[in-house]
Design a protein around this ligand. Structure first.
Ligand code: NA7
Length: 572
């Protein structure tokens, strides 16, 4: 496994050059940022640690990897020619098909010529005198750039738990987020899968079909919803293409960034029979929309419990052995407080006689030995271990870069108690640094494609405005950042999200600050807020000009007057 880690020793500088923009990452967000900013006439370069484009879809090649947002939504909308030309083959696209799409996008817009692959950005420091970023790569390149775009994705630093004896295991071990490109053949093998998140739930049914024996090590049972994936027929494809304009409009202004009308009825406002019928309809429809059957499922524990109980009954109905079913049933946290999974045959897999569920709540893993996994009450001999143990989500890849702002302040220190941003777009003391669909924005609670386009478009307009007005820096005011941090907390605390020990909260990484990282107010509301801010001359940001006194345009010297986010929202 070669998972991304922060470089402790920095390379010597061997090459220096200037760019208008440095982008980190060539996944969907980096690619669109490159396309957009290049289109504005900026000289941009993207650095990508992988050998090719794709980001998360480049690395996550485990069996069964696919998107759980519908293909027609999980695609770019910025070019109608692109969306009319591309033909999705399935309702939920597989990782190879998405990777093919990413490559198609890179070729169609000739993006590769400005991407340097196999290159990790290791440090980026703001030069206050030059008002530019100095960006250092692991190849020893030092690039001076006006703008620094962090498009590193939310799930790109794998989490391999530090289990005693992990390196003593005799066989191969894999992390789902760093899967061998040539694939893995588990035929005739005894395999351990550690974890039961989305990656595990997608891969377990396929590994079970191949392996001689599969042990699933489950710490927390997850809510998983049936995908009901199917091929997209030619007729459906024509319909999707004819309806893109409306589909995208809907996606941009609803809560999740997908083609769905948000529900307006609460689960407790209807009779138990109506409720059951509605859950059944959504269950049969398949996909994540089940979690949005009623408007109050994310905010009202009692309402949520009706949906959770429906899923529990389904699990008990699918899994034949009542003891195993009971161990698979999620309890003690609301549905969707952790990211719900979408599966094809996950629960059915536990009816196979070559699959064993190991309940780590009853008997935790104590060590990994030469021959397998040892729990507090048994030793499981295996030939291979799959760590489906998730990611240092959202901040992991940002902190893998040594980012240093005004006054030499490392971002890691500024974010010691958790990420601090305004709108999830930038952080006070880090001028001209932009984050794309990351912490502090709807990002992982939304269809990433909708959020990425919204963010990049906003950044593009902002840079155009700066150029039109002669500004060369934009910077978040500390008061706006503080207000946004508080606002994110207020929004999250009004939901059930904080009741799940999830990667949304940083809870899966020992020592990581516990706070809800994304914006929980919904894509549409967030977009309207960003539009408002743009239209009103960017309240909460301060612009600097080359001829201005550097000291006075530092936000550090601005009065910390309270900043009223609520006043900026468009009232319903
Ligand atoms: P997730 O959703 O973070 O799942 C990781 C799983 O690994 C989860 O079941 C964890 O249990 C488990 N885990 C983590 N550390 C351990 C240790 N030390 N021992 C046992 N089990 C452990 O990652 P995925 O890759 O599945 O999915 C990430 C996202 O990709 C997903 O949400 C979608 O957005 C797509 P826990 O729940 O923490 O008890």
């Amino acid at each position: 496994m070669s998972l991304l880690r922060k470089r402790e020793v920095l390379p010597a500088v061997s090459d220096r050059f200037e760019k208008d923009v440095v982008i980190v990452g060539a996944g969907f967000s980096g690619l669109y940022a490159l396309h957009k900013l290049r289109g504005l006439g900026l000289d941009a370069i993207a650095f990508e640690r992988g050998a090719d484009v794709g980001g998360t879809w480049y690395w996550n090649r485990y069996p069964g990897a696919r998107c759980d947002i519908e293909s027609a939504d999980y695609s770019f909308s910025f070019s109608d020619t692109l969306q009319q030309a591309w033909r999705w083959s399935e309702r939920f696209a597989t990782q190879p098909e998405i990777l093919e799409y990413v490559n198609h996008v890179a070729d169609r817009f000739d993006l590769r010529r400005d991407i340097q692959f196999d290159t990790q950005v290791v440090r980026a420091s703001y030069d206050e005198a030059a008002r530019r970023w100095q960006v250092l790569t692991d190849k020893g390149q030092l690039v001076s750039a006006r703008y620094f775009i962090v498009a590193t994705g939310c799930l790109s630093v794998g989490n391999v738990p530090d289990i005693k004896g992990r390196d003593t295991f005799a066989g191969p071990s894999y992390h789902t987020g760093d899967w061998p490109h040539e694939g893995v053949d588990f035929t005739g093998k005894r395999v351990a899968v550690v974890g039961t998140g989305s990656s595990a739930i997608q891969s377990i049914p396929l590994i079970a079909q191949q392996a001689e024996r599969l042990y699933v090590f489950q710490r927390t049972p997850n809510f998983s919803l049936p995908a009901r994936n199917q091929p997209i027929t030619d007729g459906q494809d024509r319909e999707i293409k004819a309806g893109y304009a409306q589909r995208r409009r809907t996606a941009r202004y609803n809560s999740g960034g997908v083609n769905r009308i948000d529900p307006t009825v609460g689960a407790l406002q209807v009779s138990p029979e109506e409720r059951e019928a509605e859950y059944e309809r959504k269950w049969q429809e398949g996909g994540l929309n089940f979690a949005s059957t009623f408007m109050d499922l994310r905010v009202d524990a009692e309402a949520n419990e009706t949906a959770a109980e429906f899923v529990r009954r389904k699990i008990r109905g699918i899994v034949r052995d009542p003891g195993i079913a009971e161990r698979l049933v999620p309890k003690g946290y609301p549905l969707a407080a952790k990211r719900p999974c979408v599966d094809t045959g996950y629960y059915e897999t536990f009816n196979r006689d070559n699959v064993t569920l190991v309940d780590l709540q009853a008997s935790p893993i104590v060590e990994i030995a030469h021959s397998g996994v040892v729990t507090s009450d048994a030793a499981y001999e295996v030939d291979a271990i799959v760590f489906a143990t998730g990611f240092d989500a959202m901040t992991g890849a940002i902190h893998a870069i040594d980012i240093v702002g005004r006054g030499g302040l490392p971002l890691r220190r500024h974010w010691e108690a958790g990420p601090r941003t305004y709108l999830g777009l930038s952080s006070a003391g880090y001028p001209n640094l932009f984050l794309v669909a990351s912490v502090g924005s709807p990002s992982v609670l939304s269809n990433m494609m909708t959020s990425i386009e919204q963010h990049v478009d906003w950044i593009g307009t902002c840079i155009e405005t700066m150029r039109a007005t002669g500004a060369d820096t934009i910077e978040v005011m500390p008061s706006a950042e503080q207000a946004w941090v508080e606002h994110l907390n207020t929004l999250a605390n009004a939901t059930l999200f904080p009741r799940g020990t999830s990667w949304y909260m940083g809870a899966n990484i020992p020592g990581k600050p516990r706070l809800f990282m994304p914006y929980a107010g919904g894509v549409g509301r967030y977009r309207q807020l960003c539009e408002r801010i743009e239209a009103r001359g960017y309240p909460g940001f301060r612009f600097g000009r080359p001829d201005a006194d550097h000291a006075t345009d530092s936000p550090a010297s601005s009065p910390a007057a309270p900043f009223d986010i609520d006043a900026l929202y468009i009232k319903d």
